[in-house]
Design a protein around this ligand. Structure first.
Ligand code: SF4
Length: 180
């Protein structure tokens, strides 16, 4: 396999999964010999590029921009990984789902609970619109692999990347799922 074109994406998550990625320490140096990071919150490109080999998607799908980006990722990427429990199940980001649709929640928080100048601080078209229901990634696009954990421990991320680099199926099982 030639050099891997790797992307990482930050959707509705806390960035803890990306922090865990950076915890791979010296393996990141090995990875730099094998892969180019073509899109990431820690890199600069604004547009998701074509011909990406692997994308790790952190976070659940929580707004309309996430939906659009998820479809772009799927069209342009060979292996899409739901990276961390928010992407896999919704997890923390989906904790608002039982409260119902977005509009009443925003009304309750920003207007009814305000002591002065209560108003919803968003303007349509300026910031992404929240979805009424937060969704795990696989509900929006087909996903090739799941990397569970909150966050996934660095050795687990490394194990999946090693499998992908070796051309093996990106499936974690047994000891692969041990925390360290
Ligand atoms: Fe943060 Fe955990 Fe969600 Fe990762 S899975 S984005 S660490 S809350």
């Amino acid at each position: 396999m030639g050099r891997l074109r790797v992307a990482t994406v930050w959707m509705g998550g806390c960035s803890g999964c990306h922090m865990s990625f950076l915890d791979m320490d010296e393996f990141l140096i090995d990875l730099a010999d094998l892969a180019d990071v073509v899109y990431s919150p820690v890199a600069d490109p604004k547009e998701y590029p074509e011909n990406v080999d692997l994308c790790l998607v952190e976070g659940a799908v929580a707004n309309d921009e996430h939906v659009e980006l998820a479809h772009t990722i799927r069209e342009r990427t060979k292996i899409v990984v739901a990276f961390g429990d928010c992407a896999v199940t919704g997890n923390v980001t989906a904790m608002r789902n039982p409260l119902g649709a977005v509009e009443p929640i925003l009304q309750r928080i920003y207007v009814e609970a305000a002591t002065i100048h209560g108003r919803i601080p968003f303007e349509k078209g300026i910031v992404p619109e929240l979805l009424d229901r937060v969704a795990p990634l696989h509900e929006i696009i087909p996903v090739d692999a799941f990397l569970p954990g909150c966050p996934p421990p660095a050795p687990r991320i490394r194990k999946m990347l090693e499998k992908i680099v070796a051309g093996e199926p990106a499936v974690l099982e047994g000891d692969d799922l041990k925390p360290g």
